[in-house]
Design a protein around this ligand. Structure first.
Ligand SMILES: Nc1ncnc2c1ncn2[C@@H]1O[C@H](COP(=O)(O)OP(=O)(O)OP(=O)(O)O)[C@@H](O)[C@H]1O
Ligand SMILES: [Mg+2]
Length: 539
C-alpha cells in the first residue's frame, strides 16, 4: 500500500512539542475514513470536521477509502490541532492541491465551514520546527504573533482552509504576522503606595533578591494582599529565554489571548483557595498545566493560605522543591516547568486579631487553624514575616519608603552577583535554590557570623533545617549590600523573618507558638548594636 502524502505536525507533551507525521493513504474499496495513531476523542472527530470542511471549501473528494496515520503510534494525540494538517495531506493525496515546496509544519483546527481556528501550543511547535530544520509553519491567523516569536522561521498565518491550501502550494503569500503589542510596565502597582510595614517591605526585597518564598502573617486589613500584589514590580524583567519558557506554558495551557505574543512580564497567579489539586499543580484529562506552571518564572500568590485544601497544599511540595511538576498521563508522566516564587498570606488566628483584647479564639481553634498548613510546607517557605496592624496616624500620613523601581534596582544588582556565583551550576538560579553542600560552600560566613548564627539558633531553639534557611537568607541580605562574605549583621537581620518557626522537640514550647512570642524571643536574641531598621517594631 503506498502512502500518498505525508506532512509535519506536532503533539504536545507537557510544555514541549514532539514531531508527528501525518500520513494519508487513499485506496480503492468501500469509501470510509479511518484515523489511527492513538488519537483521543477530540482528535478522532477530525474525520467529520475535515471531510465537511473540505467539501464546504469547494473540493470534491474521490470516493475512496481514506486512512490517516498519525505517527509515531505510541504518542497520544490530543485535541483538534491536527485537523488542518490532515486536510492538506488529504487534498494533496487526492491530487487536488500541489505539494509544498519545502518542509512545512502545519497546525490548526477546522470549523465545518472551513475556517481555521486557533490551537494550543503554537510556540513550542514553532520552536520544534526550527530545531528540526523545518523552515516554514502554517498556523491559524490568531496564533500568528505567537509563531512569529521564533526567529528564522517563515510563519504563514491563515484564516481559512482555502487560504491554507493556496499558501501550502505556494500560490498565495500572506503578510507576516505583526509583532504583538508590548505590555507596558508602568501599569504596575508601586510599593510606596503601602504605608508602614517597613519590615514586610524589607523582607519582600530580600525575597525578590534571592528568589525566596515568603509568608505574610497579620491581622485583616494590614496590607498583606496589597504588598503581595506589588511583588512583580520588585523583580527584574524576564530574560528573553524566560519569557519564551513562560509563553510556551501559557500556550500549551490555551491561556494566550488571540494575537498575543510574548509574555513580557513575569506571570503573577493568584488562585482562589477553593482550587482543586489538578487546578493548582496540573492534571485532568487531557492534562493541562496548573497554576504552579502558569506561574513559571513568576509568582504564585496564595492568599488566605490555611483555607486552601490540605491535598492542594501538600501537592505544592514537589514543584516547590524541584522547580518542575510531573503531570500524570495515560502513558507515563509529562514534566511541566514550575519554577515560581511562592508568596502566601494568612491571619495569625481564625479571627485574625491574635494578641489583641478583641481576639476570642481558643487555643484549640488557633491550633487547628495553624495546623491546616503543614510543617513541611512552612519549611519550604524561607521568610515568615509579620505584618502589623496599621496605626491610624500611619494610614493618614504620606506614602513612605522606596518606590518599586528603587527596590528593583537593588534586587537586580543582587541577582547579578548571584548569576556570577552560580555560573555553570545546574538547577541553581538564585540563593533560594541553594541546598546542602553547595549552600555551605557558596555561603561563606565570617567566624563572628557563624558564632552568632549558632548562638541565635540555640536561643530560639530552632532546628537544623532552619539553620540552612537562615544562612540562605543571610547570603541574600549580604548580596543586597554587595558583601562577598556573610557577616553577623546579615544573620541578625534575617533571623527575625522566622516568626512561625516552631521550637525543636524536647524544649518547652508554648501550646500554640505565638508569632508575638517568637518575635519577642528574636528581639531578646538580637543585641542592641544590631543594624537599625532590622528590628521589627513592637507595639
Ligand atoms: N499598609 C497599608 N497602606 C495603605 N493602605 C492599606 C494598607 N493596609 C491596608 N490598606 C488598605 O486596606 C485595604 C485592604 O488591605 P489588604 O487587602 O491588603 O489587607 P489584608 O492584610 O490582605 O487583609 P485580609 O487579612 O483581610 O486579607 C487595601 O486595599 C488598602 O486600601
Ligand atoms: Mg488579604
Amino acid at each position: 500500500m503506498r502512502v500518498h502524502a505525508s506532512l509535519h505536525c506536532a503533539a504536545l507533551i507537557g510544555a514541549t512539542a514532539v514531531p508527528v507525521s501525518v500520513q494519508v493513504d487513499l485506496a480503492r474499496g468501500l469509501p470510509g475514513f479511518f484515523l489511527v495513531g492513538l488519537p483521543d476523542a477530540a482528535c478522532i472527530d477530525a474525520r467529520v470536521r475535515v471531510v465537511t470542511a473540505v467539501r464546504n471549501a469547494g473540493w470534491e473528494l474521490p470516493h475512496k477509502r481514506v486512512t490517516v496515520n498519525l505517527a509515531p503510534g505510541d504518542v497520544r494525540k490530543e485535541g483538534a490541532g491536527f485537523d488542518l494538517a490532515i486536510a492538506l495531506a488529504l487534498l494533496q493525496a487526492a491530487n487536488l492541491i500541489a505539494p509544498a515546496e519545502g518542509p512545512t509544519l502545519v497546525m490548526g483546527e477546522l470549523s465545518l465551514s472551513g475556517d481555521v481556528l486557533p490551537v494550543r501550543g503554537v510556540l513550542p511547535s514553532a520552536l520544534l520546527a526550527r530545531k528540526l530544520g523545518i523552515g516554514r509553519i502554517i498556523v491559524p491567523e490568531l496564533n500568528g504573533p505567537e509563531g512569529a516569536l521564533v526567529e528564522g522561521l517563515q510563519v504563514d498565518a491563515v484564516r481559512t482552509l482555502a487560504d491554507a491550501a493556496h499558501v501550502f502550494s505556494g500560490d498565495l503569500s500572506v503578510p507576516p504576522s505583526p509583532a504583538a503589542p508590548q505590555q507596558s510596565a508602568d501599569t504596575m502597582l508601586d510599593l510606596s503606595d503601602v504605608r508602614g510595614q517597613g519590615s514586610c517591605k524589607r523582607a519582600l526585597e530580600i525575597a525578590a533578591a534571592g528568589g525566596h518564598s515568603a509568608l505574610l502573617v497579620g491581622p485583616p486589613g494590614a496590607g498583606k494582599t496589597m504588598l503581595a500584589r506589588r511583588m512583580p514590580g520588585l523583580l527584574p524583567a524576564p530574560t528573553f529565554e524566560e519569557a519564551v519558557e513562560s509563553t510556551s506554558v501559557w500556550s500549551v495551557a490555551g491561556r494566550l489571548g488571540a494575537r498575543q505574543g510574548l509574555l513580557t512580564e513575569r506571570p503573577f497567579r493568584a488562585p482562589h483557595h477553593t482550587i482543586s489539586v489538578a487546578g493548582l499543580v496540573g492534571g485532568g484529562s487531557p492534562p493541562r498545566p496548573g497554576e504552579v506552571s502558569l506561574a513559571h518564572n513568576g509568582l504564585l500568590f496564595l492568599d488566605e493560605l490555611p483555607e486552601f485544601g490540605r491535598a492542594a497544599l501538600e501537592a505544592l511540595r514537589q514543584p516547590l522543591e524541584d522547580g518542575e511538576v510531573a503531570v500524570v498521563r495515560a502513558r507515563g508522566a509529562a514534566l511541566l516547568p514550575s519554577r515560581f516564587m511562592l508568596i502566601a498570606a494568612m491571619n495569625p488566628c481564625p479571627c485574625g486579631y491574635e494578641g489583641e483584647p478583641r481576639c476570642q479564639c481558643t487555643v484549640l481553634e488557633k491550633q487547628r487553624y495553624r495546623r491546616r498548613v503543614s510543617g513541611p510546607i512552612l519549611d519550604r517557605i524561607d521568610l515568615h514575616v509579620e505584618a502589623q496592624a496599621l496605626k491610624p496616624a500611619e494610614l493618614a500620613g504620606m506614602p513612605s519608603g522606596d518606590s518599586s523601581a528603587a527596590v528593583r534596582a537593588r534586587v537586580e544588582r543582587a541577582r547579578e552577583l548571584q548569576g556570577q556565583r552560580f555560573h555553570g551550576i545546574r538547577g541553581v538560579f538564585a540563593n533560594a535554590q541553594l541546598r546542602g553542600r553547595t549552600l555551605r560552600e557558596l555561603c561563606r560566613a565570617t567566624t563572628d557570623a557563624r558564632a552568632k548564627l549558632t548562638d541565635v539558633m540555640e536561643r530560639l531553639g530552632l532546628s537544623a533545617r532552619a539553620h540552612d534557611r537562615v544562612l540562605r537568607l543571610a547570603r541574600t541580605a549580604a548580596d543586597l549590600e554587595g558583601h562577598p562574605t556573610v557577616e553577623s549583621k546579615h544573620v541578625l537581620e534575617v533571623v527575625q523573618y522566622r516568626c512561625l518557626d516552631r521550637p525543636v522537640e524536647g524544649r518547652p514550647a508554648p501550646p500554640v507558638p505565638s508569632i508575638h512570642l517568637a518575635r519577642d524571643a528574636a528581639l531578646r536574641a538580637v543585641p542592641p548594636d544590631a543594624p537599625s531598621g532590622a528590628i521589627p517594631e513592637v507595639t
